[in-house]
Design a protein around this ligand. Sequence first.
Ligand SMILES: Nc1ncnc2c1ncn2[C@@H]1O[C@H](COP(=O)(O)OP(=O)(O)OP(=O)(O)O)[C@@H](O)[C@H]1O
Ligand SMILES: [Mg+2]
Length: 336
Amino acid sequence: MTGRGAIRLESLTKTYGRTTAVDGMDLDVRAGEMITLVGPSGSGKSTVLRLIAGLDRPDRGRVLVDGRDVALVPPHRRAVAMVFQDYALYPHLTALGNLTFGLRVRRVPRAEADRRARTAAERLGIADLLDRHPDEMSGGQRQRVALARALLREPSVYLLDEPLASLDAPLRLATRADLLALHRELGTTTVHVTHDQAEAMTLGDRVVVLDRGRVRQVGPPQQVYDEPADTFVAGFLGSPPMNLVAGGGTLGGRPDVTLGVRPEDLALDAEGPVEATVEVVEALGSEAVLLTRCPDGTRLTVRTGPRPGVRPGDPVRLRPDPDRVHRFDTATGRRR
Ligand SMILES: Nc1ncnc2c1ncn2[C@@H]1O[C@H](COP(=O)(O)OP(=O)(O)OP(=O)(O)O)[C@@H](O)[C@H]1O
Ligand SMILES: [Mg+2]
C-alpha cells in the first residue's frame, strides 16, 4: 500500500465551552503507518480521532487526507473506519447483521457479505456469536464485533479508540498480535489510542504523547522511552514511572537540574552510592518493585528480579546506571 491514507493535522484546535480539548496540534501520519496516541484521561485523544473522522468540526486548523483538506467531506465519504471507545453497535441487529450492514449498503450481495463477515469473525474469535444481539454479549465480545466491522470496511484509514480495553489479558495479547499481523498484511494507515503501556510500545511505528490537547513528543516508541523530551513524557511512559529528583539531592546534580532514572536502571548494590530504606516490596511474580526512601525524604522506585531478598525496613544501597540518568531543566522540564 503506497501513498494512500496519509494524514496531516495543521494547527488543529477544538474547544468545548471553556475546555480546549485539542490545542494547535500539528502531526503528520505517513501512509501505511500505525501511530499510537497516548496521554492521560482528558488529554484530547478521542477528540483528535473524531476530528479526523469528521464527527466534530475543528474551531481552527485543518485535517488533510492525502494532501486534501477534508473540511467539506462528510464523515461517510471520508474512507475512514472508526472503532469507538464504547463500540457503538446497532442494538437491533445481530453480530452478523452488524458486520454485514455496511457491506449491504455498498451493495455487496448477501452471500458474499456473509462470507466476508464470517472470515473477519473467525479472525477475531467471534464466529460462534454471530446470531447474538449486542445486549447478549460481554463488553469484550462487543468490542471484537466492532473491530471486525471496521476491518470489513477496507478504508484508507483506521481510527481505533482503545479497541482492546475491555478484553481480558490473554485475549488482549492475542488480539494485539492479530492487529499487528493485520496491519502488516493490509498496510492501512492506523491511528490507535491506548492507555496500555505495552500496547503503546509494541503497536505503534511511532507514538504521540499528548498532554492537555498538545503534542509533547512524537517518535518511535523505544526512542521516546529512552529519550523523553521532558519530565511529563518521562513520567508518563513507563510503569512504574521514572524517578524524577528535582534539584540535586540524593542523586547528586545541581539545583537547576532535575535528574531522572527509571526503576530498572537502579540496581541493588552493597557498594552503591545512594543510601535508602526499603518501605514496600511489591512481588509481581516475574519481578519485584521496591519502594524506597532516602535519608533526605526522596522516594525512589527500584525494579529488581523476582526475589530481591529484602524486606520493609531493610537498609539498602542503590547504584544508578550512569549511562541511563536523564537530565531535565528544573524550570522548564525540558530535556537537556
Ligand atoms: N462533547 C463534549 N462536550 C464538552 N466537553 C467535551 C466533549 N468531548 C470532550 N470534552 C472535553 O474535552 C477534553 C478532551 O476529551 P477527550 O474525550 O478527547 O479525552 P481523551 O484523551 O479521549 O480521554 P479518555 O482517555 O478519558 O478517553 C476533556 O476535558 C473532555 O471533558
Ligand atoms: Mg477517549
